[in-house]
Design a protein around this ligand. Structure first.
Ligand code: WTA
Length: 684
C-alpha cells in the first residue's frame, strides 16, 4: 500500500486505501462487462480514434489546432506553450481574445442569432427561452452596467446567485470587460461569502433577492448584507456596489447608494458593447475550493487555454451536435462543472441547453425526467449521487416519462459505483446510450480522463483513459509508473491548456500543494488503480478532502468551524462511506469541561448534535453540516499528537477498529467505542 504525501503522517492520510473499494474493485475487474459503442454511433461521432494518434504524434501542435478550430482570436497566437516559468504555464500567450465574444457574439455574427441558447425552467414552473441574439443584448447591457458602476478590466466581481439566466449573463458580462468573476455557491453562508469577498478583494457583488428551492422562496441578499457589514477585527470591505436581481419579489433590505437593482441598471444601459480584447493569460475567473487546510483556495483560471479545453472536451466527450442536440448539465454555476459545462463549454460550441433552478424532487421525484421529456434533452451530465437518489426513489418514476431523446449520458464529481453506472444506462439511457464517466477537478479546469463515446468500450465505474492531448499516470511513492494491475497516486505528467495558473495571491501555496509531492509533476490528491488493460479507476482522495454528493469539503475547515463553538474543546472530522452521498461528514467532538455532562443521555446528545450542526451551517454552509456528531471523551492520537483519522473512520463506518498500536494511549479506542450512543442519523 503506498503511503501518504510527503510531510504528512500515514496515520492521518490512509493512502489509496479504502479497503472496501479495493475489494469490490477486485470483484468487479473479474466480471467487468464492457459496453462497446454501436457502429452507428461510432460512424457519426465527433471524436474518432485518430484523435489519439494526432495528439500522440505532436501534443502541442494538437492543442494549437484545437485552439484555432474552436476559439476565435482577435490576434492569433504564435507560441503554443511557454513552460519556462513552471509550474505556472503560459498557453497561447501572445494571442488576444474575449470569452464573451466567443460564447455569444460570434454565433450571432454567423447567422445563428435565433438559435435558442437557454431553455430556462424555474422551480415553480415559470419558463424563459433565450436566443443567442437575446443573450448578446443582455450580456452587452450588463457589461455596460458594470462599467457604469465603476468596474474596470482586472477588477474582481463576486457572483452569489441562484441558477437563473442572470447568473450566466453576469459571468459573461464580467468576461466581456475582462473583470475576473468569482462565483460563490448560493448554499454557502454569509461567513464563507465574507472570506471569499475579502480574499478576492472584490469591487462589486451580484446577487438576487432570493431563489426558489423545494417549493418555497428562500432569501439570498441578507447573506450579502451580513457579509458586507462591518465586523470587529475585519478589514473594511472593498465592495462598492451590490447589483440585485429580482427573482422572487420578496421584501429586501436596501442600502441606499450601495445597492442597485439589476433590472434598473440593465434598462438604463446600451444594448451594444465592444468586448475588451484581453491577452490569453488574462484571468477569467477565481473559484474557491476546499483544500487540506482550513482556508479555501482561490483557484485561478485564465482565458485562452481554459476556453480551448472547455470547448474541446465539451464537443468530443459529449459528442455535441450543436444544431440538433439539447444539452443539460445539472450542476450549479457555483461549482467548476457549472463554469465549464453550463457556461463556457456549451456556449462556445453554440449549444442549446436547459438550465433548471431547483431540486430534482420538487414538486415530485420525477421532475428531472419531466424536463428531459419536455425539452427533448439529448445529452445529460450529472453526478452519481443524483443517480443513486433516483434509483432509491424507484425505477418506476423515470419509467413514466419519455426519455427516448437521450443519446449521451455523463457523470462527474465522484467515483461512480458500477451499480449506479449500470442503473443509469439501463433506467435512464434505455440500455442504449454511451456513458462518459469524466474525471477532473476545479484545478484542471476541464475534463482530463474520460471515455470518448463512439471510440471507447466503456467499463462501468472507470474513467478509463486520459483524453487525447492529456498525459496522466498512476505512480508509486517514488513517482514510478505502476504496472497494470497496480495502485498508487494519480498524477498529470504534462501541462494542459486549462490547468490552474495558481492560487489567488499565494504562489508558494500553489507550488507546495500540487507540485512538491512529486517534483515537476502535478499531484491530483486522488488515489487510483490501473487495471490489466491499463485503464484508470479512481479510488477517492488520499488527503483530508472529503467528497459529499460530489461536493468538495475539507475536514480541517469543518473541524475549525466546530472548535469555534464555545462548548467544543476538540474536534476531528472524517468522511465515512455513505450509500447515497458517496461520503458523509462524521464528527467526533470533545466537549469543554463545564459542558461535558450535556451529552450524557440521548436527549442531551441529540440537542448538542443539533446545536453544532447548525453552527457548522452558519460558519460554512448547510452542505458542510455533519451527518453525525459523536461526543467522545478522548480522541485517538499518536505520540506526536496527530489525530489518527483512520481509526475514527473505522468507528464511523461500523468496522472493527484497525491497528491502534501507534496510539499514545491504546485504551482510547475502547473508551470511544464503549461511550458511544447508538448513532442517531441526521434529520436532513
Ligand atoms: C473527485 C469536480 C472519481 C476527485 C469536477 C477529484 C471524481 C475531485 C470524478 C474534484 C470521477 C471528480 N471519478 N472521482 N469521474 N470526478 N472526482 O474540484 O476526488 O469539485 O479530485 O471538481 O472530485 O472535485 P472538484
Amino acid at each position: 500500500r503506498p503511503s501518504a504525501p510527503a510531510g504528512r503522517g500515514p496515520e492521518n492520510h490512509p493512502a489509496p486505501d479504502a479497503r472496501d473499494t479495493t475489494a469490490s474493485l477486485e470483484n468487479l475487474l473479474n466480471e467487468t462487462r464492457s459496453f462497446p459503442p454501436s457502429p452507428e454511433f461510432a460512424a457519426q461521432a465527433n471524436a474518432q480514434p485518430e484523435l489519439y494518434e494526432e495528439a500522440r504524434a505532436d501534443r502541442l501542435a494538437f492543442w494549437a489546432r484545437q485552439a484555432n478550430d474552436l476559439v476565435t482570436w482577435q490576434t492569433p497566437f504564435t507560441e503554443t506553450l511557454d513552460w519556462s516559468q513552471a509550474p505556472v504555464a503560459r498557453w497561447f500567450a501572445d494571442g488576444t481574445l474575449n470569452a464573451a465574444y466567443n460564447a455569444v457574439d460570434r454565433h450571432v455574427e454567423a447567422g445563428l442569432g435565433d438559435r435558442v441558447a437557454i431553455h430556462f425552467e424555474g422551480e415553480p414552473g415559470d419558463t424563459r427561452t433565450v436566443t443567442y441574439a437575446e443573450l448578446q443584448r443582455d450580456v452587452s447591457r450588463a457589461a455596460n452596467a458594470l462599467a457604469a458602476l465603476g468596474v474596470e478590466t482586472g477588477d474582481r466581481v463576486v457572483i452569489y446567485l441562484p441558477m437563473v439566466v442572470e447568473a450566466v449573463v453576469a459571468m459573461l458580462a464580467c468576461a466581456r470587460i475582462g473583470a475576473p468573476h468569482s462565483v460563490v455557491f448560493g448554499g454557502f453562508s454569509a461567513d464563507a461569502l465574507r472570506s471569499r469577498i475579502a480574499d478576492a478583494e472584490a469591487k462589486l457583488v451580484i446577487t438576487a433577492d432570493g431563489g426558489y428551492r423545494r417549493g418555497a422562496a428562500s432569501a439570498l441578499k441578507p447573506a450579502v448584507d451580513e457579509a458586507l457589514a462591518p465586523k470587529d477585527g475585519a478589514e473594511p470591505t472593498t465592495v462598492e456596489h451590490v447589483l440585485v436581481v429580482r427573482r422572487t419579489g420578496q421584501d429586501t433590505a436596501w442600502t441606499e447608494g450601495r445597492d442597485v437593482w439589476w433590472h434598473d441598471a440593465l434598462e438604463a444601459a446600451d444594448t451594444t458593447h465592444t468586448p475588451v480584447w484581453v491577452e490569453a493569460e488574462h484571468p477569467l475567473f477565481i473559484l474557491y475550493t476546499s483544500g487540506t487546510t482550513g482556508k479555501p483556495k482561490g483557484i485561478l483560471h485564465t482565458t485562452g487555454g481554459y476556453l480551448t479545453q472547455a470547448a474541446y472536451t465539451h464537443r468530443n466527450v459529449f459528442d455535441l451536435k450543436a444544431d440538433t442536440d439539447v444539452y443539460w448539465c445539472t450542476a450549479d454555476i457555483g461549482w467548476v462543472t457549472g463554469h465549464s459545462y453550463v457556461v463556457y463549454g456549451p456556449l462556445l460550441n453554440g449549444a442549446t441547453q436547459v438550465i433548471y433552478e431547483g431540486t430534482p424532487d420538487s414538486p415530485h421525484q420525477g421532475r428531472w425526467w419531466e424536463i428531459v421529456e419536455k425539452y427533448r434533452v439529448s445529452i445529460l451530465y450529472t453526478a452519481p449521487t443524483a443517480i443513486r437518489a433516483c434509483m432509491k426513489w424507484g425505477e418506476e418514476i423515470p419509467a413514466k416519462f419519455d426519455l427516448s431523446s437521450l443519446r449521451v449520458l455523463g457523470s462527474v464529481g465522484e467515483p461512480s459505483n458500477p451499480e449506479a453506472w449500470t442503473g443509469y444506462r439501463r433506467v435512464i439511457g434505455g440500455d442504449r446510450t454511451p456513458i462518459v464517466d469524466t474525471w477532473w477537478q476545479t484545478e484542471t479546469g476541464a475534463i482530463m480522463i474520460s471515455p470518448l463515446p463512439g471510440v471507447t468500450a466503456a467499463k462501468p465505474g472507470s474513467a478509463q483513459v486520459p483524453l487525447p492531448g492529456i498525459v496522466a499516470d498512476v505512480v508509486d511513492d517514488e513517482a514510478r509508473s505502476v504496472p497494470n494491475g497496480g495502485g498508487g497516486y494519480l498524477v498529470l505528467s504534462e501541462p494542459w491548456p486549462s490547468m490552474l495558473r495558481g492560487i489567488w495571491g499565494d504562489l508558494e501555496r500553489f507550488k507546495d500543494t500540487y507540485w512538491s509531492r512529486f517534483p515537476g509533476i502535478y499531484f491530483a490528491g486522488d488515489g487510483a488503480k490501473k487495471d490489466e488493460d491499463g485503464d484508470i479507476w479512481l479510488l477517492g482522495r488520499v488527503d483530508d478532502v472529503m467528497n459529499v454528493s460530489g461536493h468538495r469539503l475539507s475536514t480541517t475547515e469543518i473541524e475549525s468551524a466546530l472548535v469555534s463553538h464555545e462548548i467544543v474543546a476538540e474536534a476531528a472530522v472524517v468522511g465515512a462511506s455513505d450509500d447515497l452521498t458517496g461520503q458523509a461528514v462524521v464528527a467526533f467532538v470533545i466537549l469543554r469541561g463545564e459542558h461535558a455532562g450535556r451529552a450524557s443521555d440521548a436527549d442531551g446528545a441529540a440537542a448538542v448534535q443539533t446545536e453544532l450542526r447548525n453552527h457548522v451551517a452558519k460558519e460554512i454552509g448547510p452542505i458542510a453540516k455533519p451527518k453525525r456528531i459523536l461526543v467522545v471523551p478522548e480522541l485517538p492520537k499518536t505520540r506526536s499528537g496527530k489525530i489518527m483519522r483512520r481509526l475514527l473512520r473505522d468507528v464511523a463506518e461500523n468496522r472493527t477498529v484497525g491497528d491502534a498500536t501507534t496510539l499514545a494511549d491504546s485504551s482510547v479506542m475502547e473508551l470511544i467505542s464503549a461511550g458511544l450512543q447508538k448513532p442517531s442519523s441526521s434529520d436532513d
